[in-house]
Design a protein around this ligand. Structure first.
Ligand SMILES: [Zn+2]
Length: 91
């Protein structure tokens, strides 16, 4: 009797563990893999909000902590912004 009870408990534990892992995997898939796949397949660039032009990602500097991995503004705009910023500092 004792052995059959503990075996049943073991199986039950195993099933509970598996369902928990399955739920975790589903959440991971939804959170990470699916959105980034859509981004990569549909976009090769984005609109710069400063000059309003659609430019390829190669025209943007990389930024690790931003949503899409690139700076908000294109390189030309950042270059211009830095020029103005430096000039303002001198005055
Ligand atoms: Zn721009």
């Amino acid at each position: 009797m004792e052995t059959s009870t503990s075996l049943y408990q073991l199986v039950e534990m195993g099933v509970r563990l598996l369902s928990r892992i399955d739920a975790k995997l589903t959440r991971l898939t939804k959170a990470n893999i699916v959105p980034s796949e859509e981004d990569v397949s549909e976009k090769d660039g984005k609109v710069c909000p400063r000059c309003g032009q659609y430019k390829p990602f190669s025209a943007f500097n990389k930024k690790t902590h931003s949503v899409d991995g690139y700076q908000n503004y294109c390189r030309d705009c950042i270059h211009e912004y830095q020029k103005v910023y430096r000039n303002n500092k001198k005055q």
